[in-house]
Design a protein around this ligand. Structure first.
Ligand SMILES: Cc1cc2nc3c(=O)[nH]c(=O)nc-3n(C[C@H](O)[C@H](O)[C@H](O)COP(=O)(O)OP(=O)(O)OC[C@H]3O[C@@H](n4cnc5c(N)ncnc54)[C@H](O)[C@@H]3O)c2cc1C
Length: 393
């Protein structure tokens, strides 16, 4: 049994704490709180859950396992926090080999998923909020949906406490305690040192700022998210308006139907704005909102002038290649970094804890090679097949 401190109680930290506690370790989880932390990436009303990952078999099969476990979590927690309401991937041109959508469709079809090709006629008939002429091709993934992310984190925090994880909400990491090339604990903001055999840093976009020696590996980038109140609510219910990606490689826009909060959530995947997650510039700009309005007018005319009831900047912790980073630091024994979500980690919540715990225990896990410590990866090495191309600008 090891004494383990997990720093950061987003989805990486809380799932790691639960899994390591189940494996018999003594685990503390440290976060400034309140949890779920309002500035954490894992917060917010929804995150997309999909196995569509272009031609990337690793993420596709990991997501397949994750989706099975999301269904199980719904049962075990006795509350439906994963909603399998389908995912519509559309293109403004015909799908072609090499496209994210085409490659995803082909791989999912080959692996026996329920997928349906969608053209403008079907789009018009079944999904009336869409400007169907603009999106002639795409597919509906019937084994996908979204998870209520903030509520999932809250549920997992409660679960971790019930298992005996020591929750230090209100404590902030300030430095590693290091002796003789080994990490031996952490120093908290009040100056207290807490000893541990292993420290797991799961602080998302804060990683390059709290561990400056990782700043060549990670970039914290902010991305605008909007919650809109539609006038014609019926058009945006899940049956007629599943989770969507609107030609992701050209527009970057994706979003979610009306859920518990009565809002449509829309965000834009792209390069984002690099800044520290505590920056005062962490607010949506007029330019980001005007780009949203342009997109809405072209794609969902009934939402074009909908009221924005909430907006936020959510942070990715980007790696240069877009793959996660779950690895032991080769230069600091006892330190594990579980970060680098690159904007696509939440869907894997049910399998993240296992991956991180395997890294801690040095158990063999083929994915840990993909997510290894890899200083050799340089800016510009992005493997777009793993996700989708960022939108221009
Ligand atoms: C706009 C946006 C949309 C996204 N959409 C999706 C999606 O649809 N599907 C999907 O799968 N993924 C999505 N993601 C990615 C997903 O949200 C992330 O992969 C995931 O939430 C990252 O979790 P994390 O635990 O690494 O980081 P976080 O959730 O950011 O958690 C980090 C934690 O560290 C804590 N912390 C910070 N400083 C300290 C300190 N000094 N001491 C202690 N703790 C500290 C914070 O309080 C926070 O709780 C999206 C991300 C964004 C930004």
């Amino acid at each position: 049994m090891s004494t383990i401190i997990v720093v950061g109680a987003g989805i990486n930290g809380v799932t790691a704490a639960i899994e390591l506690k189940k494996r018999g370790h003594k685990v503390s989880l440290v976060d400034p709180g309140p949890l779920p932390h309002p500035l954490a990436a894992s917060t917010d009303v929804s995150k997309a859950v999909r196995a569509a990952y272009g031609a990337d078999q690793d993420y596709t099969s990991l997501a397949e396992r994750s989706i099975q476990l999301w269904r199980k979590w719904n049962q075990e927690f006795g509350v439906e926090l994963y909603h399998e309401i389908h995912f519509l991937f559309l293109r403004q041109r015909a799908m072609q080999p090499g496209d994210f959508e085409y490659e995803s469709f082909k791989l999912l079809e080959k692996r026996g998923h329920k997928v349906e090709r969608i053209d403008s006629r079907v789009l018009h008939e079944r999904f009336p909020a869409w400007n169907a002429e603009r999106y002639p091709d795409g597919f509906l993934d019937l084994e996908a949906g979204y998870a209520e992310s903030g509520r999932v984190v809250a549920q997992l925090i409660e679960h971790s406490k019930s298992l005996g994880v020591g929750l230090c909400e209100g404590s902030r990491f300030s430095a590693l305690v290091e002796h003789d090339g080994r990490v031996r604990g952490v120093v908290l903001h009040d100056g207290r040192s807490v000893a541990a055999d292993v420290v797991i840093m799961a602080v998302g976009a804060w990683t390059p700022y709290l561990l400056p020696f990782t700043k060549n590996f990670f970039r914290a980038t902010g991305h605008a998210v909007f919650h809109l109140k539609p006038r014609q609510e019926k058009l945006f219910q899940p049956e007629q308006f599943p989770v969507f990606g609107a030609d992701l490689s050209s527009t970057g826009f994706y979003g979610f139907p009306i859920g518990r909060e009565g809002v449509v959530k829309i965000a834009r995947h792209g390069p984002g704005r690099e800044m520290p997650p505590d920056s005062p510039d962490r607010v949506v700009t007029a330019e980001e909102e005007s780009r949203l309005r342009e997109f809405l007018a072209e794609t969902f005319p009934a939402l074009a002038d909908a009221l924005v009831v909430n907006s936020r900047i959510c942070f990715y912790c980007d790696t240069h290649d877009g793959d996660f980073w779950i690895a032991r630091d080769p230069e600091r024994a006892g330190l594990i970094v579980a970060a680098g979500d690159s904007g696509h980690g939440f869907k894997f919540a049910p399998v993240l804890g296992e991956l991180i715990a395997d890294a801690v225990e040095e158990k063999s896990n083929p994915l840990l090679n993909k997510f290894r410590w890899r200083p050799e990866v340089q800016p510009g090495d992005k493997k777009e097949a793993a996700r989708f191309l960022p939108a221009k600008s």
